[in-house]
Design a binder for this molecule. Structure first.
Ligand code: ZN
Length: 111
């Protein structure tokens, strides 16, 4: 298992000391538990808890109102992109036939 790069200076000379990671380049110290929490927070999961990745195809699991249109349950969103910064609570983007490219919530799709 490789050690994480320093979140402050991005150098990868991190070493472990007890429950801490330490960067010898900028002397930043951070807790291993914080590191795990930060990595977990970066993972986007579908309604079933499966990890989603860029390029995945997903299925919408409930009807979604889009103005006066409705995206029907079972619609496919192709080649999704994970948004690093959510837009209005939407954390993925995907293309749905007839609707174009849309922002979606990972909680309403499954792989
Ligand atoms: Zn550093």
């Amino acid at each position: 298992m490789s050690l994480p790069a320093c979140p402050k200076c991005n150098e990868s000379f991190t070493y472990e000391e007890g429950h801490l990671y330490i960067c010898p380049m900028c002397f930043h110290e951070w807790d291993k538990q914080d590191q795990e929490a930060a990595e977990e927070a970066l993972i986007t999961r579908d309604a079933n808890g499966n990890q989603l990745n860029d390029g995945d195809d997903v299925t919408v699991i409930q009807d979604l109102k889009m103005g006066k249109d409705v995206i029907k349950q079972g619609a496919k969103a192709k080649s999704i992109r994970i948004l690093e910064v959510p837009v209005d609570g939407h954390d993925i983007q995907g293309r749905i036939d007839g609707f174009g490219t849309l922002y979606l919530k990972s909680s309403v799709v499954k792989k």
